[in-house]
Write a new protein. Sequence first.
Length: 191
Amino acid sequence: MTPKLVLLAGGKGKRMGGDKPFAPYGQSTLIETTLARLRPQVREIVINAGAKTSPLVLPLSCLDAGLIFDDPAFEGLGPLSGVLSALEMARAAGDAMVITAPCDMPDLPDDMVARLLAAPPADVVYFKGARDYPLCALWRISVADPLRNALQQVEGGLAVMRFLATQNVRTIAVDDDAAFANINYPPLAPG
């Protein structure tokens, strides 16, 4: 059975001027475009909205996907707090794994999930091209406790690659880095 996918949308989006998931992209928004790209690949998508008090909770709740929130002890510590929420949701549901993707990657490959599932087993499987794409990943539930412990040890956040260096990981080669481009800045105004 295909695991759930958690779309990470809990960041502050400072470089985008805030409200990053709802930034315009094409004829839609970043998050709606990313959802449309990923929906055919999985049985269920859940959105990590970050803090329960985020002003984006209401608009995110209108996107026909469940919402999960970060543990208040780890709010604002970066994307790994969202990954931990995803892992704990999957563990509570009796799932062995969960897949994550950021809400700001609207051009992800149509076979991203299939490629993650076909990779040789590891605690974490992610994509690597000219850059690492560690949030486009399959995470086994065995990572939940080490991740929680690592987040408890740091102040101000934990770098994703620093955490992954402590885990059993595999990477999948990327032949089109443009498919993994994340949108961090608003589009330039014409003229």
